[in-house]
Design a protein around this ligand. Structure first.
Ligand code: NIG
Ligand code: FE
Length: 401
């Protein structure tokens, strides 16, 4: 059953650029794009439905490739403390930070976690997001990491959004392993990852490589286990200091290395070689009032693909809008609106290992796209949040929330 979508301009985002088709038409067949091109070249055919998009700009559905959407509680109390001068690292060292969200997540039921995460996810979706990555990492034991990942899977099953799960068991040290980080890494490698993977809950494996989390040696052990299980890896790296986690990630052909404010040019060269995407998280940069900028020129010079994500989490980026992140990527990191949009579409798809099917508007790909009533694509990173008029199509079907 074919559907025609017309009276629109398309920013296809093929090859990481706008790749604009003016006065375009899109033909979908079921969940896939069958044809896209100038309306004047539309092949004749029988269409079960014809949609007039009223001059909209069509882009791929936005892809948020780094989120911690599932968690208990929130940390606005710590936000207030930080504004009084206490640092993120100090709060973490005194038992707050990630540890406080771990406590709240462990006592929450699957039902409670689902309800609060669904609210946050719907906010992202109302902003044009059709695919999202969701990490565990606030359970830090087998039962609670499993609980988080099951909630993530259920979100993907019950809401019109594609969910990729990432196991982030190596996010922080759980209290029961205090001063025994190597033992916890052993436990992740011997018990947690194999069990969670066997349950089909894990699409990728992540870790937090930082002086206040895990060392490169510990992360490498997690990567080796992931590799044995046939799972791709990614890494929180170079957010607060330079441990060259991004080069380590590149050595393991990581899908992405994320944050990266403190990475250097050698890290960029390593990532370019392995095709590891640089996922920049301007929400966390902004919310922590960081000043160290990611090395944009080195990333560009060496041709590293750059993605932008919300990092939606209760501690460092309570961000409910990917478009707001696009704006911050432009204002804080000096990205162009075109780079930013590529970062939330085609390059985000690469960071999730799904670029063969998602991230651009091309024949053969999944029909996930948004028809925005805007004047030009740069409007998507120009408006600071708000609710832009749009129609969201996922798997060839218009969604409503
Ligand atoms: O991506 N960097 C580590 N993890 C999260 C923060 C988690 C938290 O503070 O709860 C991040 O910024
Ligand atoms: Fe994160």
């Amino acid at each position: 059953m074919k559907t025609l979508w017309q009276h629109c301009h398309v920013a296809t985002m093929a090859q990481g650029a706008y790749s604009i088709i003016e006065d375009a038409a899109i033909v979908t067949s079921g969940a896939h794009i069958e044809w896209v091109g100038p309306r004047s070249e539309l092949p004749s055919g029988d269409f079960a439905a014809v949609n007039d998009l009223n001059g909209a700009w069509v882009t791929p559905g936005l892809i948020d490739c780094h989120t911690h959407t599932v968690f208990g509680g929130n940390r606005s109390d710590e936000f207030e403390k930080r504004l009084q001068g206490v640092s993120y690292a100090e709060i973490a060292a005194s038992g707050g930070g990630i540890a406080s969200t771990v406590r709240a997540t462990r006592v929450a039921s699957e039902e409670q976690l689902f309800a609060s995460a669904a609210r946050r996810l719907k906010s992202l979706m109302r902003d044009g997001v059709t695919s999202v990555e969701i990490k565990s990492g606030y359970g830090l034991d087998l039962a609670n990491e499993g609980k988080m990942l099951r909630v993530a899977r259920r979100l993907g099953a019950e809401l019109p959004i594609s969910v990729r799960t990432t196991c982030l068991a190596a996010h922080a040290l759980p209290p029961e392993y205090k001063d025994r980080a190597d033992d916890y890494i052993d436990h992740i490698c011997a018990e947690m990852l194999p069990a969670l993977a066997a349950e089909g809950l894990v699409d990728a494996v992540d870790a937090f490589c930082e002086y206040l989390a895990f060392s490169p040696e510990q992360v490498e052990r997690v990567f080796i286990t992931a590799q044995k299980l046939g799972l791709p890896v990614k890494l929180h790296a170079e957010q607060l200091s330079s441990l060259h986690g991004s080069s380590l990630a590149a050595r393991y052909q990581a899908l992405s290395a994320d944050h990266l404010e403190f990475m250097d040019e050698d890290d960029a060269i390593a990532m370019a070689k392995s095709g590891t995407v640089a996922v920049l998280l301007p929400g966390a940069f902004y919310f922590l009032r960081e000043t160290q900028l990611p090395p944009m020129e080195a990333l560009r010079k060496h041709g590293v693909k750059i993605a932008i994500a919300s990092d939606l989490n209760p501690g460092t980026s309570p961000a409910l809008s990917v478009r707001l992140m696009l704006n911050m990527a432009c204002t804080c990191f000096r990205m162009t609106p075109e780079e930013a949009l590529a970062g939330a579409t085609i390059h985000a798809a690469t960071a999730l290992g799904m670029a063969d099917t998602h991230g651009s508007i091309e024949a053969g790909k999944v029909a996930d796209f948004v028809a925005w009533q805007i004047d030009r694509p740069a409007d998507l990173s120009y408006w600071l949040g708000g609710d832009l008029e749009k129609r969201v199509v996922r798997h060839g079907v218009e969604t409503s929330l």
